[in-house]
Design a binder for this molecule. Structure first.
Ligand SMILES: C[S@@+](CC[C@H](N)C(=O)[O-])C[C@H]1O[C@@H](n2cnc3c(N)ncnc32)[C@H](O)[C@@H]1O
Length: 255
């Protein structure tokens, strides 16, 4: 077996492992990611230019290209370990450019290259940013999409005006997660410990732990309404909730 095929198999194994771990937190994750691709296709057609923000292993880009083979993507993240998996999966694909940048740095947009994009999509990521950074980021994103282009953020974001229903939905979500974890899949911390034991990723894991100061804790998880207001404040023509499943939602804005 060639080294290239070896690397590809190694990366696909990590992709499956990442997906399984993430699905443990979001049993509906495939629906969320499919809903993001729906939004891209609706706005950008069959050959959209897409920014996959905080891409991790490239989960959205992979699904985007699976559905829309004429799409192109710039995939941005700061984590060297997840980017190594993304690069081993997608790095040879001329439709994808992988970029390392810290969204906390206001100069991050310089790294993405040609703009504008038809769509910026992101999943399960922006809750890592503090409130002021997320506000600034939404403004950055407005400048990166074309008029009529879309920004879509899939994340945990409860509906502020349904506290009792949200409590029940959260309970249901906990039950579903527990059912998945019963198969022995690793949680977030255990997954990173497993990754750290892979010699090809050990140094990158050490680097990410230095960068994040550990494995990671959520910074700011506001209700959906906060995102809608912040996107409108950032100057988008339309902002609202484009999709919801339980306590997760996609906040979207059209320039
Ligand atoms: C749970 S992962 C989600 C990855 C991918 N979107 C997915 O759904 O599989 C969150 C991602 O946000 C990225 N992230 C967090 N803070 C970041 C920052 N300041 N700059 C760039 N990426 C960041 C992390 O490195 C991680 O890849």
């Amino acid at each position: 077996m060639s080294t290239a095929v070896d690397a590809r198999t190694w990366a696909e194994d990590w992709q499956r492992s990442w997906d399984r771990q993430q699905e443990g937190y979001m049993p509906d994750r495939e629906h969320r990611l499919a809903a993001l691709v729906d939004i891209v296709e609706a706005v950008g057609g069959r050959a959209p230019r897409v920014l996959d923000l905080a891409c991790g292993t490239g989960s959205i880009s992979r699904r985007l290209l699976g559905r829309l083979p004429r799409a192109t993507a710039v995939a941005v993240d700061v984590d060297p370990a997840l980017l190594a998996i993304a690069a081993a999966t997608l790095g040879d694909d001329e439709r994808v450019r992988i970029v390392r940048a810290d969204l906390g740095d206001p100069a991050w947009t310089a790294a993405v290259g040609d703009t504008p994009f038809d769509a910026v999509v992101t999943a399960t990521a922006l809750h890592w940013l503090p409130e002021a950074t997320l506000r600034r980021l939404y403004g950055d994103l407005r400048a990166l999409v074309r008029p009529g282009g879309v920004v879509a953020n899939a994340d945990e974001m409860v509906p502020a005006r349904l506290p009792r229903l949200t409590a029940e939905l959260s309970r249901l979500a906990r039950e579903r997660r527990a059912a998945l974890w019963a198969d022995g899949r690793p949680d977030w911390d255990a997954w990173w410990d497993i990754v750290a034991r892979d010699p090809r990723l050990a140094e990158a894991v050490a680097e990410r732990r230095r960068f994040f100061g550990g494995d990671h804790a959520p910074e700011f998880v506001p209700p959906a309404e906060w995102h809608v207001v912040a996107l409108a404040d950032a100057g988008f023509a339309e902002a609202g909730i484009a999709w919801r499943s339980g306590t997760g939602a996609i906040a979207a804005a059209v320039r």
